[in-house]
Design a protein around this ligand. Sequence first.
Ligand SMILES: Nc1nc2c(ncn2[C@@H]2O[C@H](COP(=O)(O)OP(=O)(O)OP(=O)(O)O)[C@@H](O)[C@H]2O)c(=O)[nH]1
Ligand SMILES: [Mg+2]
Length: 346
Amino acid sequence: MASVEWRSIPTVLYPQEILDKAFGRASSQADLVEDPDKYHRVRKQMNRMVQSACDIVAKTLNSYVDRWPSLNALSEFDRALVDAAVGCDDYKRNLGALQWAAERSQRISGEAQAKILRLRDIDGFHKARRHAYGRVSSVIDQISPQILWLGEARDVMRKLPSIDSFEPCIVVAGSPNVGKSALISALSTGEPQVASYPFTTKQLHLGHFIHRRRVYQMVDTPGLLDRPMKDRNKIEMQAIAALEHLGDVLLFLIDRSEQSTTPLSEQDNLLQEVRELLPGRLVLVAETKSDITEKSTGKEDFRISSLTGYGLDNMKQSLIDAIGADIVEDPLSLPENWPREDGDKT
Ligand SMILES: Nc1nc2c(ncn2[C@@H]2O[C@H](COP(=O)(O)OP(=O)(O)OP(=O)(O)O)[C@@H](O)[C@H]2O)c(=O)[nH]1
Ligand SMILES: [Mg+2]
């Protein structure tokens, strides 16, 4: 499964905009109708107007349904993010309402066209068209709260991190200011992406490096795994729980430098909490900012500096080994010394 491109969720038009677009295009369609006989012309025009207006309404609504990620197809992490960000139930219900309205609109179109077919006077054609427009407007009116909800949800979801759940992922945690973002930048090929978790104001960084054609993603956890869990609200806990489904290894950073804004004892407690929160998860610990700390205490798995690059290559290799994504043999590659078919067959 590739990552969900949250950024490409389409803009949702306002209810009135949807109607304006539909009626506007329908009018220009009617203008194209040519028939010297007024009776037939008007009949065709009214027919065309109803048909294209309803069509555009239905197509617009269905395009949202189609282009919004389907919850069932999401990874557990992404689903948990959507749930924490906007609520999965509302998400489903509101998209469902659009689908309903699209179907209604098609039905209204069919009914109006059948009616115009039966009518025998110009006035009747106009009336049938107006009636159909009225019905479509009232359908859009009815789902207007749902449309507005989706518009707002889109703005929230656009900022979610896009993580490919089928590629390795390193989750980087630790108290505020320990150097999480700096490390992701230092290890990243290119500029890290900036995203956000639901309901934290802090921006998270999403970086990656490539090793043997695999993309190793690194994701930041500011505002999530950076302070005691006891005073967390439900939604924050949910976002944290989402991390259970993400990542192959958790890299916990400890800052022993003078610069540290969190006492060491608190950082240790947090590490303990994180371990308990994500049981079964491989946790590796790195001491950061080695350029400004005293000699290694030897307590952590790694000692690094994102500033000077000290220890980074070594840690990166250990992470790759720990994840073990390489171990799976590429089924397309042949072992060395494999006899070639075009070789000597004599
Ligand atoms: N000397 C030194 N400073 C570092 C190093 N890594 C990060 N810093 C500094 O530490 C401060 C915090 O770094 P960030 O990477 O923003 O820390 P963070 O953990 O992402 O912080 P939050 O996102 O607020 O939780 C910045 O001023 C960095 O310049 C390092 O290896 N050496
Ligand atoms: Mg940061």
